[in-house]
Design a protein around this ligand. Sequence first.
Ligand code: ADP
Ligand code: MG
Length: 208
Amino acid sequence: MKTIAVLNQKGGAGKTTIATHLATALQHSGHSVLLVDSDPQGSARDWAAVREEHPVSVVGIDRPTIERDLKSLAPVDFVIIDGAPQASDLAVSAIKAADFVLIPVQPSPYDIWATAELVDLVKQRIEITDGKLKASFVVSRAITGSNIGKEVSATLEEYGLPVLNTKISQRVDYPGTAARGSTVIEDLPRSEGTREMLELSAEIESIM
Ligand code: ADP
Ligand code: MG
């Protein structure tokens, strides 16, 4: 079982969008997947509840016992943890449960600065686990056609964690498909959104 935690204390960073797409992408490539909604707001649970029977299994664990609670659930190939908008005991619990921490960050200095606390927590855990825990930033909600990507990646690298090659763009298709409890992967298989989300999933799998 491999656990990917999508974390950033900032709301609106794209955690739930990325977590729901990663879960769907991994399931489409034949893996068994569980999406853990650790946000007390329950966005991933709301997403799944739009459809009577959702193809992705979603459970809510919004207490700082994620690591322990996962052990009592049926094992799957991949657990995706959709993070809560706080760098609290909940985030610590998600980091402890994780093999890979993915930090989506919008290409803005305010958003980059706001990750400092989380990055410290992640680095501490990387040290404790002798590097078994892996972590990366992914640029999220990048405006297509803009050229801030490179600058942002350089700034993020100063935080001492790698930045994935894949970038997730700002696209109306993401909220559009989420409103139907779906993803671009299911509804718009030939779209640019699907291409980048499948690329993200493949890049993470290649690192883990
Ligand atoms: P978080 O879980 O980090 O709070 P969400 O994924 O819920 O972030 O995104 C917040 C809002 O922004 C949602 O309405 C979502 O649909 C929208 N959003 C997130 N990522 C994108 C994107 N790449 N393109 C367009 N809208 C996005
Ligand atoms: Mg969310």
